[in-house]
Design a protein around this ligand. Structure first.
Ligand SMILES: [Zn+2]
Length: 209
């Protein structure tokens, strides 16, 4: 929103935007169909790359609602012209980063059993395999490595995360606690209970010689 407030023409539907001053996710995002957005991003990344000494720049993008893109003639024209939206997005990233790509995609949040047992949800196929395959199909022989992170977070924090996404009835909460205890996931500490989690990230990278 901050970008769109300064450069409204980069939106799918330009209007007067205001920078968000509350936490949240905006439905107004950069238009993926306009060439000037790609040019603008290239300029932005060049400036950012000069500011920081690191070799990599991390970009988010997971919390981008697609409503505008679905209704935008520029975005829809791009999708239609190029075929598959996922490949097109990768192609644009290759262009923007001039031949180097480093993607981190979720493999497993380490809570699949909880979502299955308590909420009856099954995890979709991890998308890192899809991204990896698409890169190869595009002629970029990428490398992939799965990294595992073991960590613990306070039980209260974990419950807070779940409560924000699910209707957490006391019965459900009791079932969750039983499941966490039975699967050896609870750790008692001086300052209360903590939950053990194992998170897996898929690192996909490609570097043009
Ligand atoms: Zn658009």
């Amino acid at each position: 929103m901050a970008i769109l407030a300064a450069y409204p023409d980069l939106a799918c539907f330009p209007r007067d935007f205001e920078t968000l001053n509350v936490w949240g996710i905006s439905e107004d995002i950069l238009c993926a169909g306009k060439d000037e957005v790609i040019d603008w991003l290239k300029e932005l990344f060049s400036e950012v790359a000069e500011l920081f000494p690191g070799r990599y720049v991390h970009l988010g993008g997971d919390e981008a609602p697609k409503q505008r893109w679905q209704n935008c003639p520029h975005c829809q024209a791009r999708i239609k012209k190029q075929g598959l939206a996922g490949e097109e997005a990768l192609q644009k990233m290759m262009d923007v980063t001039t031949g180097a790509l480093f993607l981190v995609a979720l493999v497993n949040p380490g809570f699949t059993d909880v979502y299955e047992v308590i909420f009856g949800e099954t995890e979709p196929e991890p998308e890192y395999i899809y991204l990896y395959n698409v890169l190869h199909q595009m002629g970029y022989p990428a490398n992939v490595e799965v990294m595992t992170r073991n960590y613990q977070i306070p039980l209260e924090m974990q419950l807070g995360i779940l409560r924000s996404s699910y209707d957490f009835t006391p019965k459900l909460e009791q079932r969750l606690m039983e499941h966490l205890a039975a699967s050896g996931r609870l750790v008692e500490r001086e300052n209360g209970a903590w939950v053990k989690r194992t998170y897996k990230d898929g690192m996909i990278w490609y570097q043009k010689d």
